[in-house]
Design a protein around this ligand. Structure first.
Ligand code: NAD
Length: 485
């Protein structure tokens, strides 16, 4: 089987509503393109607001019975889905590599990571419990009951077409919520295949509904204006997240916001520089730099900056760009032409601001949306490239001379998602972890994502956590019951 065979199981790639595949009400469809050569992979149904309302009707109709289902039953559906994804890991990897561009090895990594949320939350489904206590003054018992929040809307980005969905779907299923998933229009295919896998694993109709659309804005506005929708979980850019938070005010939906990042990667003078370069390659180049956790700024102590830049330049310069499905490709294409233009402009501006180009620096001729792995040294703190999300394979290096300066530079951003620090000093590690205004700190590692850990940010990177024990809390309400005795 191949990735496209996996997709063929969904029939004509329609909308998945109430357990049925169907065309959009308008009959319209939109194309999905291969970022490696701009060819059309296939097309999918283009859902409109009436389709969205049909999906909400289905989610609402399924909610009561689903909430009353046995936690073990929900957990076992997730566990079977985990097994099924892992059994078909190569096919899922191929499908998401095709639509998103990442290499097959990276795609396989996403499949393993994404599926793990189903295994983790299959285990959490049976560990939801309330409490029983005596009132401090005596005379009453205070009970708490945990209940699913109700029908949810999930809006996901294109950079991790599987994992950004499973991080929400897993805990929602475990908690007993029904849902509508609106995948990114650039990469809707993997989510269709996933809906089919969950259905084969026994998920009842109406619990998960998938609406693909080229008009996410109208769809979300319509759904969020309906009081029956109780929760929105969004992963994407900060500007769109702000629109959705404002939009949630009228019906006061509960919100989870996984937004943009501007991760600092700090290398202190006592660091193992070679290990730091290994970590930098992961933190920077995972997903071609198109990750919210991507190291966006390398802050390196002035005494080791030249060595770090030289080693990183060699490693980055040796990477081969190419089609994600070809053997020998290290770095796939960026998602589209706008992404390449935006990265190229950031590099041009940084060089104009005085940065030195160590390697790379430009986009090869098309077809395909490629950009050379690039290292810049001596990037001034005010340069646009260290203040905006790069979302591409570019590593800007800035130097510092004291711990205080490193902490100040690291925190000098509106964002607060991932951060990385390389040092061999335990006291310094603790000082930095406490001072960093970030939701996540990686110590001597370039990878923080783990389904068993609470993933999320502070400040403009949003609020709420996905994964860990915290992940399921986003999908539970608390009812307190007072019983005088
Ligand atoms: P985006 O905000 O453009 O789009 C995200 C999703 O929102 C897509 O499904 C899109 O169709 C939809 N959307 C766009 N405008 C909308 C609107 N007005 N109303 C409702 N929905 C709308 O982001 P993107 O370009 O797909 O993804 C990249 C961004 O996602 C980056 O900023 C990245 O840092 C962030 N991201 C964050 C995390 C995290 O966990 N914090 C993970 C991955 C990506």
């Amino acid at each position: 089987m191949t990735g496209l065979d996996l997709l063929a199981k969904t029939g004509s790639r329609g909308l998945f509503i109430g357990g049925q595949w169907r065309e959009s009400g308008s009959g319209k469809r939109f194309e999905v393109h291969d970022p490696a050569d701009e060819s059309v992979i296939t097309d999918v149904a283009d859902g409109d607001t009436s389709d969205a309302m049909a999906a909400l009707d289905a989610a609402v109709a399924a909610q009561t019975e689903w909430a009353a289902s046995a936690p073990r039953e929900r957990g076992e559906i997730l566990r079977r889905s985990f097994d099924a994804i892992m059994d078909q890991a190569d096919d899922f990897a191929e499908l998401l590599s095709l639509e998103m561009g990442k290499t097959l090895a990276e795609a396989k990594g996403e499949v393993t990571y994404g599926a793990e949320f189903f295994r983790w939350f299959s285990e959490e489904a049976v560990r939801v419990h309330g409490r029983w206590m005596q009132a401090p003054a005596g005379g009453s018992r205070l009970l708490t009951i945990r209940k699913p929040v109700g029908p949810c809307l999930f809006i996901t980005p294109w950079n991790f077409p599987l994992a950004m969905g499973t991080r929400k779907i897993g805990p929602a299923i475990a908690a007993g919520c029904t849902m509508i998933v609106k995948p990114a229009e650039l990469t809707p295919l993997t989510m269709l295949a996933l809906a089919n896998t969950l259905t084969e694993a026994g998920l009842p109709g109406g619990v998960l509904n998938v609406v693909t659309t080229s008009d996410s804005k109208s769809l979300s506005a319509t759904l969020m204006a309906d009081e029956r929708l109780r929760k929105v979980s969004f992963t994407g850019s900060t500007p769109v997240g702000k629109v959705l938070v404002r939009q949630s005010a009228d019906e006061l939906q509960r919100m989870s916001m996984e937004l943009g990042g501007n991760a600092p990667f700090v290398v202190f003078e006592d660091a193992d520089v070679e290990a730091a370069v290994d970590g930098a390659m992961i933190a920077k180049m995972r997903n071609m730099g198109e990750a919210c956790t991507a190291a966006n700024r390398f802050l390196v102590h002035e005494s080791v900056a030249a060595e770090f830049a030289d080693l990183l330049g060699q490693r980055m310069g040796a990477l081969r760009t190419g089609r994600g499905q070809d053997a020998g490709t290290d770095v796939g294409p960026l998602i589209n032409a706008d992404a390449v233009d935006s990265v190229a402009q950031l590099v041009t501006d940084a060089v104009h601001d005085g940065a030195e180009l160590v390697t790379g620096g430009s986009a090869p001729d098309g077809p395909g949306h490629f950009f050379q792995p690039t290292v810049l040294l001596g990037v001034p703190a005010g340069s646009r490239i260290v203040n905006e999300e790069i979302f591409g394979p570019v590593a800007p290096i800035t130097t510092f001379s004291s711990d205080e300066e490193a902490i100040e530079l690291a925190n000098a951003t509106e964002y607060g998602l991932a951060s990385y620090v390389y040092t061999r000093d335990l006291a310094r590690t603790i000082k930095v972890a406490e001072a960093f205004q970030y939701g996540m700190v990686g110590v001597n590692t370039g990878l923080v994502s783990n389904p068993a850990a609470p993933f999320g940010g502070v400040k403009a990177s949003g609020f709420g956590r996905e994964g860990g024990f915290e992940g399921i809390e986003e999908y539970l309400d608390t009812t307190y019951v007072a019983i005088p005795v």
